[in-house]
Design a protein around this ligand. Structure first.
Ligand SMILES: Cc1cc2nc3c(=O)[nH]c(=O)nc-3n(C[C@H](O)[C@H](O)[C@H](O)COP(=O)(O)OP(=O)(O)OC[C@H]3O[C@@H](n4cnc5c(N)ncnc54)[C@H](O)[C@@H]3O)c2cc1C
Length: 422
């Protein structure tokens, strides 16, 4: 028996106030972990199974739990503070018989178009593997004593574990526990959010999307060092409160920290026709003046492949001198220049980070330098694992965050299973 297993079976001397906890010394050599939980139900006449407690019932916590329970004899418990598990999961999980379809955009969805299919599959997989899940079980503190972890709930119960996994997403409290166990935490800031923009040119355009734009952000004040990724190309969606879509969400990921530092006061510069340089746009506009002559400028334009008519009308209508009666033949060179610039470097002032505080991800978290990235075990505190968003990992839009949550949970679960004694 390892030191870890021996500690679990031995006499328990807790550095605690015991009045509020339900961890009961059962006999001089045995300990029952919280008699109120199925996790603790262990016959006293045979060796106790090793205990794994996973804090957080999201994507990372579930993958850690399922993988661990499927691959070893340990008793695995998920503690989830919310009223249900996997609230954030809106993606898919093919291996658990969730039929998938690939849409023309290349994105993959459950054929049911319902994320509940995925959640059901995961919850069933956990149950079949023998994982015990407790909802409305908010953890208040996690601490270590000798080779064991102690998990205190706000309702006063306490669980003891040989291995603990922190899969608490962006929860700040869990970062404090990690700090108490010797970890550095990189300051967390919101990531993957939309831009709040109030601009007359966007009025009435909510729902209009542009397939391909190049979008640049310029923080104010400018960052001292160059920040990579502040230019992104992709589709853009105009919303009731500003700008969204993959290009904007990617910018919010790369620019998460600089935008946070300047309180989301940035300029956002859009090239609506990114395949053409400024002089090429000028050329096309001048050619259109010749060809479209007697047609009205706001009614027809040469960039129809990429630019919706309603957006063209708003952009062209913002150029001084262009109104609904002006014909292409009557555009002067100054107007053509202004129009080309409106298309090439259309400037918006971002005033806030979306609306309704709706960021999807948190950048920052437990510093990776103190994590063994092959196992996701702490280098500071053996037997403690981290998975998912609680770590200082964040990705741009496209499923990368969820993928990291699945992958890190899986690896942590497998690593624990490989260490549990049979
Ligand atoms: C609206 C929305 C859309 C998203 N879309 C995408 C997308 O398209 N692609 C993508 O890659 N990512 C997306 N994300 C992000 C993705 O969902 C997360 O990165 C991923 O779910 C993180 O998984 P996790 O298990 O690490 O954390 P979470 O899913 O946040 O799970 C952590 C769990 O821990 C629980 N918890 C926290 N503190 C405690 C405590 N003290 N005690 C007990 N339990 C606790 C929480 O209640 C939560 O259930 C989206 C997120 C949101 C909110």
């Amino acid at each position: 028996m390892s030191a870890r297993g021996a500690a679990f079976q031995g006499h328990l001397t807790l550095p605690l106030h015991t009045s509020h906890i339900s961890l009961l010394p059962v006999a001089s050599t045995k300990v029952a972990v919280s008699t109120t939980c199925a996790h603790s139900a262990q016959p006293l006449n045979r060796p106790k199974r090793q205990q794994v407690v996973i804090v957080g019932g999201g994507a990372a916590g579930h993958l850690a739990a399922i993988t661990c329970a499927r691959n070893c004899s340990a008793s695995v418990l998920i503690l989830e503070s919310g009223p249900s598990v996997l609230q954030k999961v809106c993606d898919f999980f093919e291996n658990e018989q969730v039929p998938l379809k690939v849409e023309p955009s290349g994105k993959v969805f459950p054929t049911s178009d319902d994320s509940a299919t995925v959640i059901r599959a995961l919850v069933d997989a956990a149950r079949r593997a023998g994982v015990v899940t407790e909802i409305r079980a908010r953890v208040r503190a996690l601490s270590r004593w000798e080779d064991s972890y102690y998990v205190d709930l706000v309702d006063g119960r306490r669980f003891m574990a040989d291995y603990a996994v922190l899969a608490t997403g962006s929860a700040r409290t869990a970062h404090v526990w990690a700090q108490n166990l010797g970890h550095k935490v990189v300051e967390t800031v919101p990531s993957l959010f939309t831009f709040g923009v109030r601009d007359e040119r966007l009025n009435g355009l909510a729902g209009v999307s542009v397939r391909d734009c190049e979008v640049r952000i310029v923080p104010n004040p400018k960052p001292k060092r160059p920040v990579p990724g502040l230019v992104q190309r992709g589709s853009l969606l105009i919303t009731h409160w500003g700008l969204s879509g993959p290009a904007i969400l990617s910018l919010s990921a790369f620019g998460a920290r600089v935008m946070y530092d300047c309180v989301y006061r940035i300029a956002c510069i859009v090239d609506w026709v990114p395949d053409l340089a400024l002089d090429e746009k000028l050329k096309v506009l001048k050619e259109s003046r010749r060809i479209l002559g007697q047609k009205r400028v706001l009614n027809i334009h040469p960039f129809r492949g990429n630019l919706p008519q309603r957006l063209w009308k708003a952009l062209a209508g913002a150029v001084p001198g262009i109104d609904s009666s002006l014909k292409w033949a009557n555009l002067n060179n100054a107007m053509i220049q202004a129009l080309a610039e409106q298309l090439h470097k259309c400037r918006f002032h971002v005033s806030s980070k979306g609306q309704f505080k709706e960021e999807f991800v948190t950048a920052g978290g437990v510093d990776l330098s103190e994590i063994n990235m092959k196992t996701f075990e702490s280098k500071r505190s053996p037997g403690l694992y981290f998975a998912g968003e609680t770590l200082d990992v964040d990705g741009k839009t496209g499923g990368y965050n969820l993928t990291f949550a699945w992958a890190s949970g899986y690896i942590a679960g497998l690593s624990i299973a490989s260490r549990v004694e049979v």
